[in-house]
Ligand binder design. Structure first.
Ligand code: B12
Ligand code: SF4
Ligand code: SF4
Length: 380
């Protein structure tokens, strides 16, 4: 069996229903120059300042320009996609608690996917004989390597890049994790793009509350809720009006994906066929979703809670800041709350502000307290 067929078969068995490969020299010599066009887009994006404070994207530019700068022996790249749960995470009711991005459900995907791909490669190594005088070598990348993951996935035929900038598979939609195996062997496969099925649709652009999608396929991170809540450390450096747009998204944002018809299609298929999803579904113990429980939680308890979750990217002070902002955003809507519940909430917010040691988060708690006091008086 040839290497690509074996890899694809093993990937399916390991739970990756979508996979494909590209040889690097075929991609670089492609007369359509698709890879070069993607790289130009990347450079233009960085030049526009759309990376915000994500300096690692600027630092890693040259590694992104050629995967051989990440793994010198690389001759091909095998790309996989793992669908994650389409079920909303956290609390759907703003009065009750915050929302989390869907991808945060279940264990940390970086570790889980890397472990699965390493096991897959051990199995491939035992059953595939490389050409004489060579041995199979590889490097597994999951999100954190300086690789243009969506570009390679698109070149490998896993999906197209939508107007929301995400890789979309016609059947699985965009609720997907992407990962790659850099291989020191060729697969014989050149770039093979899927058609772009976005057509005249602009639902994602319309659904984005902050106009972060400045034009189809271009995202300004400085305006993106996902960037603010997951990546931006310290002060948010945005206006109060922009803070209000965060609503109850405490970590990540799925609005430009919820709007996408290709994700709704998958949700429907799942309800009909109920196939097992790629990762473990919602776990409320990890994605704590009640305002009062969250108000009581200290930094150590937070660290323990998110230890095995991808939420560990969000540090305790950052999470505390996000909690203050999202709770503030719901206070004016808590019209039905009885006066004793308001008193309890205000007391807890004041205690949280007093306990907070991070200055930025403390400022957000002070703002939260002031708005809680004002909102409670309006209701009585
Ligand atoms: C930085 C980053 C972010 C930033 C910036 C997002 C962005 N759109 O670039 C922020 C923090 C905002 C973010 C948010 C999210 N992210 Co993110 N992020 C990344 C990361 C680390 C790098 C992305 C990057 O290089 N951006 C640079 C810009 C220039 O990329 P771009 O606009 O998409 O354009 C590139 C290509 O898509 C292509 N291209 C796009 N359109 C077109 C059109 C044409 C004509 C051409 C020729 C080329 C082209 O050219 C560019 C060069 O590669 C990747 C992992 C990785 N190593 O790649 C994950 C990754 C993109 N993120 C992911 C996820 C899940 C998310 C969120 C959904 C999380 C959430 N729920 O909050 C959101 C989605 C927001 C959104 N609409 O993009 C997944 C996406 C999976 C998928 N189906 O595509 C990735 C791949 C991680 C992973 N391994 O699974 N993310
Ligand atoms: S993740 Fe949210 S804020 Fe960012 S582009 Fe999508 S809808 Fe807009
Ligand atoms: S919402 Fe419409 S335009 Fe946006 S990515 Fe999905 S299909 Fe494309």
């Amino acid at each position: 069996m040839d290497l690509l067929t074996l890899l694809t078969q093993e990937a399916k068995q390991a739970g990756f229903p979508v996979a494909g490969a590209v040889d690097l020299d075929l991609a670089f010599l492609d007369p359509q120059a698709t890879f070069q066009a993607h790289l130009e887009r990347y450079d233009a994006w960085i030049q526009s300042g759309y990376a915000g404070k994500m300096e690692y994207l600027i630092r890693g530019r040259d590694r992104r320009a050629d995967p051989r700068n990440v793994f010198p022996q690389a001759q091909s790249i095998f790309c996989v996609a793992l669908p994650y749960s389409t079920q909303p995470a956290g609390s759907i009711s703003p009065e009750q608690g915050p929302r989390y991005a869907r991808y945060l459900q279940g264990p940390d995907y970086h570790l889980e996917i890397a472990a699965r791909l390493e096991t897959l490669m051990q199995s491939v190594q035992t059953s595939w004989t490389p050409p004489s005088n060579s041995r199979l070598e590889w490097k597994v990348c999951v999100d954190t390597s300086a690789i243009l993951e969506r570009t390679w996935a698109a070149l490998g035929g896993l999906g197209w890049i939508g107007k929301n900038t995400l890789l979309i598979h016609p059947q699985y939609g965009s609720y997907l994790f992407l990962a790659e195996i850099l291989l020191n062997q060729p697969t014989g496969q050149g770039p093979h793009l899927l058609p772009n099925y976005c057509g005249n649709c602009t639902r994602c652009l319309n659904a984005c509350p902050t106009q972060a999608l400045t034009q189809p396929g271009v995202l300004d991170s400085n305006r993106c809720i996902s960037y603010w809540t997951l990546e931006k450390r310290g002060a948010l450096e945005i206006s109060d009006l922009q803070k209000e747009k965060i609503k109850t998204w405490i970590a990540g944002c799925d609005l430009c994906q919820e709007a996408c018809p290709f994700n709704q299609k998958r949700t429907r298929t799942e309800t009909e066929a109920n196939p097992s999803s790629g990762t473990t579904p919602s776990n409320n113990a990890t994605l704590l979703n009640h305002w009062l429980d969250l108000l009581d939680e200290g930094p150590d308890a937070y660290r323990l809670r998110i230890k095995n979750s991808a939420l560990n990217r969000v540090k305790p002070a950052q999470f505390s800041r996000n909690l203050a902002v999202t709770l503030t955003n719901t206070l004016r809507d808590m019209t039905e709350m009885p006066s004793n519940a308001w008193n309890e909430l205000i007391l807890k917010i004041a205690e949280r502000r007093d306990r907070e040691t991070d200055l930025i988060a403390k400022q957000e708690w002070q703002r939260c307290l002031a708005i809680a006091q004002a909102s409670s008086t309006n209701h009585f």
